[in-house]
Write a protein that binds this ligand. Structure first.
Ligand code: PLP
Length: 447
């Protein structure tokens, strides 16, 4: 009896093997990240099952939100698992194509698409969700009267309100995203836009993200579905055939439990937006569905590990200076109250450290005082050469490093385990060598 959760036992097993194979070493590989590819497959399966249980006849396209973890091999893995891909920039679109997604399984959302990006997406047949009327006018011009190959929708904002983290709340009354549904006259204007463009066949919403309560998100989706029904009813034809419900399922960063589940969210969607799953009846219901989950697919399937370089006691406070900080945990370092992360203590061999808890600050390597992964955290007392692990960092952390202080990008390793406990690694991103960080700036000759 180790007292560890199965997930923590798995992290220990992975860490010990990573140290044994030299993927983590106190001389060279001081920081590394791991993506549990078996875990990703299980998460995708739970997503698929949750939506399959809903009585919807058309298939659901689960498009992974690439910004959550845009490493091409990760995207390729998700493609192999049957997912599509949601992209928000030209760079993410390029990565999705490099990962082998068929254009019709890519969804392009961005509030700032350029003319050139729109033309490229429409030429490829990528699904486009327009954010605003000016973008729709650009699409009109790009199509020049042709019927698009792409599926095209408009992003709507229910304006229902925000959640606990303002920066993650997309459905506020003044959000920068989408066409507002509640502003005076706005619905009627959008209805006209659909009437004038028979190729506008989708409605898109992304009602929130981390910190948003499930029922707020489900009510936001319900507003989008209601608008789809309204378009079809008012036009007297089944023009809108699909609803893209966005992503945003919040992740539990407090322990190893995966909650809320996709199944719970689908229950909420069924309660608030029954028409989404209803069988086609006349011109009502029968919608195709696209989802765009990011954080909930990857967060709990990744962790970061770093060596402790030094420890000290200052003003009565124990501090461990590690090699993981703002470069791999940017949101947490700059906004620690909104984005708390767990920290685990291991010895230099990757075995869970025992010992009475001591309150410690876990610091990163960057040269500013706020570079702390955690403050005043009770852990076995860390010593130089120990390892700290940071669970739940598979999305929006090591995959999008911050280049402050010219800190190098750490290696990312995919992990698969066999039934007999064997651990196999595959390199998803090589580490940058700190002595060989690519310099993109032109080199000026000093005379
Ligand atoms: C970020 C984003 C998502 C994914 O959000 P998660 O919280 O990672 O699930 C989906 N759709 C859009 C439009 C987004 O901007």
């Amino acid at each position: 009896m180790t007292g560890l959760t199965p997930a923590a036992e798995r992290r220990e097993r992975i860490l010990r093997e990573a140290v044994r194979q030299g993927l983590l070493s106190p001389q060279r590989d001081l920081l590394a990240a791991f993506v549990d590819l078996d875990g990703v497959a299980a998460t995708v399966e739970s997503l698929r099952r949750a939506f399959a249980s809903a009585p919807s006849s058309p298939p659901v396209l689960h498009a992974f939100a690439a910004k959550a973890n845009s490493l091409v091999p990760v995207l390729a893995e998700l493609r192999d698992l049957g997912m599509g891909c949601e992209v928000a920039t030209a760079g993410e679109l390029a990565r999705a194509l490099a990962a082998g997604f068929a254009p019709e399984r890519i969804v392009f959302d961005s509030p700032a698409k350029t003319e050139a990006e729109l033309r490229r997406a429409l030429d490829l047949g990528v699904t486009v969700n327009a954010d605003n009327y000016q973008e729709l006018a650009r699409i009109d011009r790009a199509l020049g009267g042709r019927v698009p190959v792409s599926r095209i929708g408009v992003r709507v904002n229910s304006q229902l309100g925000g959640g606990a983290i303002a920066a993650m709340s997309t459905a506020t009354s003044t959000s920068k995203f989408g066409v507002p549904l509640a502003d005076p006259g706005s619905r009627r204007e959008l209805l006209r836009a659909y009437r004038d463009r028979p190729w506008l066949t989708w409605v898109h919403t992304h009602a929130g993200s981390q910190g948003c309560p499930l029922d707020l998100m489900a009510r936001g989706v319900a507003q989008a579905v209601e608008f789809a029904e309204e378009v079809n009813a008012s036009l007297g034809r089944r023009q809108v055939v699909g609803v893209d419900i966005g992503g945003g399922l919040p992740v539990n960063f407090a322990d190893d439990e995966t909650t809320p589940s996709y199944a719970t969210y689908v229950e909420q969607l069924r309660a608030h937006a029954p028409a989404l799953f209803a069988e086609l009846s006349g011109i009502s219901g029968g919608y195709e569905i696209v989802t765009e989950f990011g954080r909930s697919v990857l967060a709990k399937n990744g962790f970061t590990a770093a060596y402790v370089e030094y420890t000290k006691n200052v003003g009565g406070r124990s501090i461990a200076v590690t090699h993981a900080g703002v470069q791999v945990a940017t949101r947490t370092v700059f906004n620690p109250d909104a984005w708390p992360l767990r920290i685990e203590a291991y010895d230099g061999g990757g075995t869970v450290k025992r010992g009475g808890p001591v309150r410690q600050d876990i610091a990163g390597p960057a040269c500013f005082a706020g570079d702390l992964l955690a403050r005043d955290r009770a852990l076995p007392l860390l010593e130089p050469g120990d390892i700290v692990a940071v669970p739940d960092t598979g999305a929006y952390y090591f995959s999008t490093p911050f280049h402050y202080n010219s800190l190098p990008e750490p290696a990312v390793h995919g992990v698969r385990t066999s039934g007999d406990g064997g651990v196999a690694f595959e390199l998803l991103r090589p580490a940058q060598d700190p002595w060989d960080v690519p310099v993109h700036e032109p080199v000026l000759t000093v005379r």
